[in-house]
Every structure is written in C-alpha cells, then in structure tokens.
Write a protein that binds this ligand. Structure first.
Ligand SMILES: *Cc1c(COP(=O)(O)O)cnc(C)c1O
Length: 437
C-alpha cells in the first residue's frame, strides 16, 4: 500500500515512511491510494474469528510488506489484548465499551499499535551517523493523549518519549498515568497552558540544532499508525451485533474526527453499517458543514466533554477524501448533532435513573445524538462508542448520579505510585536544553 498526501504536493510513501514522518512534508495528511475490499468470508463468518485474526486481516492490506506477517500478528495481538464488550443499555441502544484498556480510553488502541510499529521500524532504521539509533517521540497533551502514548510506548526499545503537560490542568488520574512510568517515558510539567506546551513542541520540530542531533517524531492522532487500527473495534462491534440482517447505526463522540473516519473507512471496505452519527458538543464545525457545506474552523469552546473541544478537526479532510469530496454521497451516510453541556448532564442522569448505566460526558453526547437520529428512524437500532471510563471525569459524573463511581483496581494502584516529573517554565529554551542534555 502506498500513501499520498491530501495536499497532493508530496511524494507518495509506504506505511513505514508514513508512520515515521507522521505528517506529509506539504502539511497534508497521508491517505491510502485505494480502499482495500475485505474478503466476504470474514464478514459472513465474523463470529468464527478471534479479535486478533480480525485485526490482522483488517490492517494487513494497509501495512503491505512494511512489516512481516508474524511480527504484524504479534503487534495486533498486543494492541487488542483487553475486552471490548458491546453492552445493551436498552432496547434500541447499546454501548461499545472502549475503556477497558490500560488508560481507560479508546486512544489506547491507536497508541499501542503505533508504538509497536515505530519500535519495530527503529530497529532497522538507517539513520545519519550524527544521530543516535533512537527515536524521540515528542508530544504535548491536555490529558488523554499523553497517558495513552506513555502507556503504549512504555518499555518499547529504541524509543524515548517526552511528554509536555500543563501543570495543575490535568486530572489527578491523568497526571499519575503520565508521571509514574519512568524508564523510557519522561514527563515535563510545564508552568503554563496546553497551548504553551503545543507551541514549544512545534518549535522543537522546526529547530535545526534539535533535528541535527535527534531523530524526533510526534505521536499525533493524524499518524496513520494511530488512525488505521481504530477500524478494529467497529468490526468487534459487528461481531457482537445480534441482528446481522439489520446493521447498526453507529454514533461516535467526535473531536478531531480520527475515530469516526476510521469507522467510515471500515464501512467503505465492506463492513455493514447502516449509518454514522458524528456526535459533537457545542464545537459544531462539522454539524454546520453538513447543513451549509462550508467548513468554517472556529475557536474551540471549553465543555464537559473536553477531549472533543476542537475548533478545526484535522481528520475531517480524510472523510471528504473517502467520499471523493461528493457531499450528497457523504450526507447519505453521515449525520451530525451538536449537544450542550446541560443536555449532556441531563442525559447522564436520565440513562442512569432509567437504565442503570453510567455514561461519561463523551458517551452521553454520543447517546443523545443517537437517540435523536433514531427518533426519526424508528425501525433502526444503534451503538454508541463509549470512548472513556466515567471515572476519568468524576466531578461531572458523580454530581449527576449522586454517588461516587467505583474505581477500577488498576487505577487504584496507580494513585499510590510516586509522581516523577521535571518542572519547567513555558519557555522553549528550557525544553531545548532538556532535549539536548
Ligand atoms: C480523543 C477523544 C475523543 C475524540 O476522538 P477523535 O478521534 O478526536 O474524534 C472522544 N472521546 C474521548 C474520551 C477522547 O479521549
């Protein structure tokens, strides 16, 4: 498989180079030259396949010869080695729980797959003599991404991870996930905001001194090795879907649109899905687009579902690419709703009281969007992707359900571990000194 840039000004590359580069040199996103079609037998007999086998068959055409089959199978096995159950909430709506991974959010899947691919590529990388045979992954986080990346890359040989996070602005659980691993994971606690962290990281990528001495890359969500494996769980959802004659409508809480874009790619390669819902909070760029056909980036607004506070969703261009920029075709497969914080908390309350199911704020946006769609499509049923465990957002959820949330045992133990971070000012010179040390 070869990948071209959505800006069409960069040379085509294979999976290996797309993974190492992250973004195309012309600042576009890498996109596969064609969408592979799945073997019919995989879909018809999906219940006979293990999750590892499904994942391997789905990703193999995208990886091509960049990784040997045996190694690729090992990588996907390590990527999907936790439960991803489809849980029925009520008659018409089920929840695909993507939060049973090590950092309790769906980003674990993409981060685990990407880290192992990169670790594999470093081993045979021919780097310039000045550089060490090591890759430094540099990432700024506002919370969820950092934890998933730290955990995914933990202990991967030849890769060092440096994570910048804003001091005092991530939740206690998130901070522990970032700072208690050590080994090849370094946490930099920045006296500033998330935007400061991101700015410092961007500057490092363009700094000649840094690039002469280090091989740096990002673990950003636009990386193909983070984006493509997100297709897996749409297949796992279908595997567990009882009524194969009537495929599900799937509602995806969306921010940067990588997750839903992977689902739409899976559908285009042959996975039966009735319709997609882009569930958004008040950051409604795509909801607007589907009405006006004008994509107008806005300043992001802070909400309870903060992982979706994105004012310029970078992966949406890939959805347009899947549909050849034809909006009638796109609109027949995609709807979008924009949900307020008040509606989010009302939904958490209502679903808990009526169905005894605890949603997190992102899942609640997904639930209500799906419910709205089903109101005008009564013969259909659907799935919402529950993208994070409610314990990651205790303040919002506990005030809705009126009791504390049970903390999974893994999280309990992490809370006792010692935090190890290096405090720096929001000043690029300090980051540079740290990296070159
Ligand atoms: C990142 C994230 C999202 C948004 O996913 P995108 O792929 O950026 O659309 C939704 N929910 C949670 C909990 C997240 O961490």
């Amino acid at each position: 498989m070869k990948y071209y840039s959505t800006n069409k000004q960069s040379p085509i590359v294979d999976f290996r180079e797309a993974t190492i580069k992250g973004q195309a040199p012309d600042k576009g996103l890498f996109f596969p030259e064609f969408i592979p079609q799945l073997e019919k037998s995989l879909i018809e007999n999906i219940a006979d396949f293990s999750n590892e086998e499904i994942a391997f068959r789905v990703i193999k055409p995208y990886v091509g010869n960049a990784i040997a089959d045996e190694k690729l199978f090992q990588i996907v096995s390590e990527t999907v080695n936790f439960p991803i159950p489809l849980v029925k909430i009520n008659d018409s709506i089920s929840s695909l729980e993507l939060f049973h991974g090590p950092t309790l959010a769906f980003k674990d899947i993409g981060a685990r797959f990407m880290s192992r691919c990169l670790g594999h590529f470093v081993k045979d990388a021919v780097l310039t003599p000045l550089r060490t045979r090591k890759i430094t992954v540099l990432v700024a986080t506002s919370g969820d991404t950092g934890g998933a990346v730290a955990n995914g890359f933990y202990g991967v040989d030849g890769v060092e991870v440096v994570i910048l996070y804003p001091s005092g602005k991530v939740s206690p659980v998130q901070e522990k996930q970032l700072t208690t691993l050590s080994k090849n994971i370094k946490a930099l606690e920045v006296e500033g905001t998330f935007d400061d962290c991101q700015q410092m990281v961007k500057q490092a990528f363009t700094d000649k001194d840094i690039n002469d001495k280090l091989f740096i890359t990002s673990a950003n969500s636009i990386n193909v090795a983070r984006w493509l494996p997100q297709q897996f769980y749409y297949f796992f959802a279908y595997k567990q879907w009882a009524d194969k004659k009537s495929p599900p409508v799937i509602s995806v809480p969306s921010g940067n649109f990588g997750n839903i874009c992977a689902g739409m790619l899976a559908m285009q390669s042959g996975l039966p899905i009735q319709h997609f819902i882009a569930a958004c909070n008040v950051n409604d760029i795509v909801t607007d687009y589907l009405q006006t056909e004008i994509l107008k980036p806005k300043q992001a607004v802070a909400t309870l579902s903060n992982a979706m506070d994105v004012g310029n969703p970078s992966n949406f261009v890939r959805i347009l690419e899947i549909f050849h920029h034809q909006s009638p075709e796109l609109k027949s497969k995609l709807s979008s709703y924009s949900i307020t914080d008040a509606e989010t908390t009302a939904t958490i309350k209502e679903v808990y009281q009526r169905d005894n199911y605890v949603l997190d704020p992102h899942g609640a946006v997904g639930y209500l969007s799906l419910q709205r769609y089903l109101q005008s499509h009564r013969e259909q049923k659907g799935i919402l992707l529950e993208t994070a465990h409610p314990v990651k957002f205790p303040d919002a959820v506990e005030s809705c359900i009126g009791k504390p949330i049970d903390i999974p045992t893994d999280v309990q133990s992490i809370m006792y571990k010692e935090k190890k971070s290096t405090l720096i000012n929001a000043n690029y010179k300090e980051l540079k000194a740290f990296l070159l040390k």
